[in-house]
Design a protein around this ligand. Structure first.
Ligand SMILES: NC(=O)c1ccc[n+]([C@@H]2O[C@H](COP(=O)([O-])OP(=O)(O)OC[C@H]3O[C@@H](n4cnc5c(N)ncnc54)[C@H](OP(=O)(O)O)[C@@H]3O)[C@@H](O)[C@H]2O)c1
Length: 285
């Protein structure tokens, strides 16, 4: 989709971080926006900012982990703006703990928000896109979905799921005008979930040097314009690492050890409040 002006987009997780930046960038391209997240006040602020670009924008406060709400979210967006041309599945949650201490409710939330919501929203908008002969879905995944991630195993699993969801759907849609892309950022340290965690003074390993939100946003727009299957956004080239892991899955531990990532996450865990929550773990199974 080369000309984005006048398109309608739904962006999940648009209240802050990377999603709010994607919203501002798409508005600058003339895209009308449905901004979705739980925090109505923060969404309203983003709406005020995007309106400066002379586009229409609506806010849709919703908890996307409640999958019963998802069709209504698309319905509200389409009632206000018209048919959806672009869906950005950006909302996500991360949590870090040794897996045996990972709260059961958190495992569910990771899957429901990071993976299931994206799959169901895509399923809801796709018939209309195919009928109208235009559309693009962008899934915001993570480098964790390509190389795994110690102490964030459910998060990494949902992101790996999002990657293969994207690639499988692309094959199905290959002969249609509808595109699907996945963006895999490494650590992003200016805005978003990692920047909030990055206050501990523990240094990120050199090879996994953080990237910026602007680069992630530029990748999203490039992916839509050029219908690119997958873009990894990292400060330094990481393809040798992802290739190594693909060729020999047994190298995963070596990769995280050699880059210093395992040590980094352990130090981060030791200093962060996201340590074990054994009492919470017992809550429900
Ligand atoms: N930042 C990084 O270093 C990094 C790296 C790789 C990939 N990513 C991915 O990039 C995406 C955006 O991350 P970010 O760093 O911008 O995170 P963030 O600052 O924590 O923002 C997450 C967004 O998701 C929304 N959200 C969270 N739970 C929700 C729920 N139950 N229902 C609806 N919306 C919900 C939040 O809004 P409310 O709280 O208002 O609901 C917020 O708008 C995520 O998918 C993340 O996995 C981030």
């Amino acid at each position: 989709m080369n000309n984005l002006r006048g398109c309608n987009a739904i962006i999940t997780g648009a209240s802050r971080g990377i999603g709010a930046h994607i919203a501002r960038a798409l508005a600058a391209e003339g895209v009308h926006l449905a901004l979705v997240a739980r925090s109505a006040d923060a969404l309203a602020e983003v709406r005020e900012q995007v309106l400066e670009h002379d586009v229409k924008a609506v806010i849709i406060p919703a908890d996307l982990s409640n999958t019963a709400q998802l069709e209504a979210v698309v319905g509200k967006a389409e009632n206000e703006l018209g048919p959806t041309d672009i869906l950005i599945n950006n909302a996500g949650v991360e949590y870090a703990a040794p897996y045996q201490e990972y709260p059961i409710d958190q495992i569910r939330l990771d899957v429901q928000l990071n993976l299931l919501a994206a799959m169901l929203l895509s399923n809801t908008v796709l018939p209309g896109m195919l009928l109208r002969g235009r559309g693009h879905i962008v899934n915001i995944s993570s480098l964790a979905g390509k190389i795994g991630f110690p102490y964030q195993t459910p998060y990494a699993a949902t992101k790996a799921g999002l990657n293969m969801f994207t690639h499988s759907l692309r094959v199905e849609l290959a002969d249609t005008p509808v595109g699907v892309s996945v963006i895999c950022p490494g650590y992003v340290d200016d805005f978003g979930m990692f920047s909030r965690r990055d206050k501990t003074g523990v240094t990120v390993p050199k090879m996994l040097k953080p990237t910026t939100t602007d680069k992630v946003v530029a990748a999203v727009i490039r992916a839509i314009r050029k219908d690119i299957a997958e873009i990894t956004v990292n400060a330094l080239p990481v393809r040798p690492l992802t290739l190594l892991r693909e060729l020999g899955p047994g190298t995963t531990s070596f990769i995280h050890k050699a880059t210093g990532n395992t040590r980094f996450i352990r130090e981060l865990l030791a200093k962060s409040s996201h340590k074990s929550h054994k009492s919470h773990k017992k809550s429900s199974r």
